[in-house]
Design a protein around this ligand. Sequence first.
Ligand code: LMR
Length: 317
Amino acid sequence: MALMAGIAAAGPIVIKFSHVVAENTPKGLAANKFRDLVKERMGDKVVVEVYPSSQLFDDDKVLEAMMLGDVQMAAPSLSKFDRYTKSLQLFDLPFLFQDMGAVDRFQQSKEGQELLNSMRKKGFIGLGYIHNGLKQLSSSKPMRVPADAAGMKFRIMASNVLAAQFNAMKAIPLKKPFSEVFILLQTRAIDGQENTWSNIYSQKYFEVQPYITESNHGVLDYMVVTSTEFWNDLPDDIRTELKQILDEAIAYGNAIALEKDTEDKQKIIDSKRTQIITLTPEERTQWVEVMKPVWKQFEEEIGKDLIDAAYKANQAH
Ligand code: LMR
């Protein structure tokens, strides 16, 4: 009731949507689509303001800001929630998903949908998943086998699974915000990083990293989150319509993610700024063997049943 009165008195409900990537990326375009559709269909009732490129918050601050009501929506990568839930660490397990089809099948499954509620007790609701793609390894030196990475410093997202993955390679993982990565690579303060083709392209990492190993070793996807309090306080009709529009925007972003993965990779190849290293099956097996023990390390925190369910999504066609 208080909110309804607030709407009448103060005009439309404002949703600040904060993210860290460029606008011309799957997440950036999905967020803009959400803003535009809300304007078109609910303009008198709700206004979405999108803040890209870490303009408003880095991912390490955005969830705290959401709790304080300074931002209403965000879509951090699934790697960035481990302070709030251990279950989502699942998505960081190396070589869990064979391709984005498997990721999508798992996310749409009963278990995947239940994970949207894994932070409810902490005050966050997941509203859906946005895809980006599989990660590649970029570096200042050529890497064909895991031993080539030994001793090198890699920027990682704030995830203990990813730290374990680089430790398994005898490399040195450093948790750093996305907004700092380019400069760290450019100044050679670090030797490499892992990311999708879309991020490697839009952040221009390929201009300062002479090698990219096409490893497809893990997934980078997002969960759109909002605060439970904000979401539950919305009038029912507004909440329902927003969710429908968001689903449409996500579907739009996910179609783009598939296209961008191929397109941005091709743009990187065409730039001739970096050499793309394609692994032989034998080389790839070495990466799998080195990284795979990470699963056991996190099996208890994540839950074996959940890992099994995700793994099964590779077969279900
Ligand atoms: C990263 O920090 O590398 C990614 O999570 C950025 C993003 O949102 O795609």
